[in-house]
Design a binder for this molecule. Structure first.
Ligand SMILES: [Zn+2]
Length: 395
C-alpha cells in the first residue's frame, strides 16, 4: 500500500503554479469556456488520465476518472468559467497574464477558481501514480457563475441517466480559507406590500396615507442583524434590495413594495421567517391605526411558500469524519468549520442529489474584483489535505 508520506513528497509547487498560470491565461468568462476546457483536457490527458466531455460542443463539461471500477468514488468539482475582469484600469496588471509576486498568484480566476482546479489535476496525477485503490473523478464544469444550468446541474442529469458514475463523495474546491465548508445558507426572496391611500398632495395630511412612509418604517424594522448563530454557517441575513412605489409627482402613493433577500440557516423555513417578519412589523406599527402590509411571494400547488432551505452535510458523516482526520494529518491543526462571507457553490446541487459534499479550498483576495489573487501556500495545503483525504477514504 502506497503511503501518504510518499504522496505528500510528490507535491510539486512549480507544477501547481504552472498549471494555474496556463489555465488563467485562457480567458473564459461564463459562456466562453470551450478553449479553457480543451486546455484542461489536454493537460489531464498528458498525465495519462482518461477524460470525457459531456454537454454541447461549445460549452463542454470535462470529466476524468481514475479507477472507475473501485468500490468507492470521490469526485473533485471545480469550475473553469470566471466573471468578467470589469474595469481594466483598476487592475495593476493584465488579468489574463498571471504574476507570481511573493506567495501571491494574481489574475482573473486565480482564486475563483482555476488554481484550485490545477490542484485537483495535480492531486489526481499523484493518486494515479501511486495506484491508490480509490475511484477518483474530476468534474470540471462551465457555467458556475451563472447558475450551473450548463455545468454541474447538467452533469448531475447525466449521472441520473446513468451516463456517468455517481460519486459517493464530492469535494468542492472553491475558496474556503482552508476550512471545511459543510453547509450553505438557503434563500427566500419575497416582497412586502405596504398599503396606503392615494390622494392629491394638498390633502396629504387630511385623507392621504403615504405608503412610502409606511414602508420606510418597515424597512428600518427589518434591516437589522439577526440574533441567531449556527456553528457550521454563522448567522442568517436579511437585506431589502429593491423598492417600488409612486406613480405621479402630485399624488400620495397608495402602495409601496419592497423586495427582500433573506438567507436561511439550517432549521429555518419560509414560515419561520414570515413569523419573524410579522413580529418585527407588528411591533413597528403597534401605535399606527393605518398600518397595513402583506407578504407577496410565490407559492407551490399546496399553498406553501417556495424557498430554498439551507443545505448541509453533517460533519459526522463518513466524508465529514474523513475530512476532519485529513486536515489534522496534513496540516497538523484542528479543522475549522465556519467560513465567513461565503457565497453559494455547486455543492448545493450534489447535496440535493443526496451525495455527501464538503467544500475545501485555498485562501485569496478580491474574488470578482480587480487584482484577484490566491495564496500559493494555501494551494499546497489544499493538495496535502486532498491527498490525506484520498488515502483515508481508500482504507
Ligand atoms: Zn467560484
Amino acid at each position: 500500500m502506497p503511503t501518504l508520506d510518499e504522496a505528500l513528497k510528490k507535491i510539486s509547487r512549480e507544477e501547481i503554479i504552472e498549471t494555474s498560470k496556463r489555465l488563467i491565461r485562457v480567458p473564459s468568462v461564463t459562456g466562453d469556456e470551450k478553449k479553457v476546457v480543451h486546455l484542461a483536457r489536454d493537460i489531464i490527458e498528458s498525465l495519462g488520465i482518461e477524460t470525457r466531455l459531456y454537454g454541447p460542443e461549445e460549452r463542454p463539461i470535462l470529466t476524468a476518472t481514475i479507477n472507475p471500477e473501485a468500490k468507492r468514488l470521490v469526485a473533485f468539482n471545480g469550475h473553469l468559467d470566471v466573471v468578467p475582469p470589469a474595469s481594466l484600469d483598476a487592475w495593476s496588471s493584465d488579468p489574463w497574464e498571471p504574476q507570481l509576486i511573493g506567495d501571491n498568484l494574481t489574475g482573473r480566476g486565480s482564486c475563483d477558481m482555476k488554481s484550485a482546479c490545477a490542484v485537483m489535476i495535480h492531486v489526481a496525477s499523484i493518486i494515479k501514480e501511486q495506484g491508490l485503490p480509490l475511484g477518483v473523478a474530476l468534474h470540471l464544469v462551465p457555467d458556475e457563475e451563472k447558475g450551473a444550468t450548463h455545468g454541474t446541474k447538467l452533469l448531475l442529469e447525466e449521472v441520473k441517466k446513468g451516463n456517468l458514475r455517481r460519486p459517493d463523495y464530492v469535494v468542492i474546491g472553491e475558496k474556503s480559507n482552508l476550512k471545511l465548508r459543510v453547509a450553505e445558507r438557503g434563500g427566500w426572496s419575497f416582497k412586502i406590500k405596504f398599503k396606503g391611500r392615494a390622494t392629491h398632495t394638498a390633502y396629504a395630511r387630511y385623507e392621504g396615507i403615504n405608503a412610502i412612509a409606511k414602508a420606510s418604517k418597515g424597512v428600518l424594522a427589518l434591516e437589522k442583524p439577526i440574533d441567531k448563530w449556527h456553528p457550521w454557517i454563522g448567522a442568517p441575513v436579511l437585506s431589502v434590495n429593491a423598492i417600488q412605489a409612486g406613480t405621479a409627482g402630485n399624488q400620495v402613493p397608495d402602495e409601496c413594495t419592497i423586495s427582500i433577500d433573506r438567507r436561511l440557516i439550517p432549521g429555518e423555513t419560509a414560515d419561520t421567517v414570515a413569523a419573524e417578519v410579522k413580529k418585527a412589523l407588528d411591533e413597528a406599527g403597534k401605535d399606527d391605526p393605518d398600518w397595513c402590509w402583506e407578504i407577496d411571494a410565490p407559492r407551490d400547488k399546496d399553498g406553501k411558500w417556495i424557498y430554498n432551505p439551507a443545505n448541509f452535510t453533517d460533519p459526522d458523516t463518513e466524508l465529514g469524519k474523513a475530512f476532519k482526520t485529513a486536515v489534522k494529518t496534513a496540516l497538523g491543526k484542528e479543522p475549522e468549520l465556519f467560513v465567513e462571507w461565503a457565497g453559494g457553490t455547486d455543492g448545493a446541487y450534489y447535496r440535493a442529489a443526496g451525495i455527501q459534499t464538503i467544500g475545501f479550498g485555498p485562501t485569496g483576495e478580491h474574488m470578482h474584483g480587480p487584482n484577484e489573487l490566491v495564496y500559493v501556500d494555501t494551494l499546497i495545503d489544499q493538495a496535502r489535505v486532498y491527498l490525506a483525504l484520498a488515502h483515508h477514504l481508500s482504507k
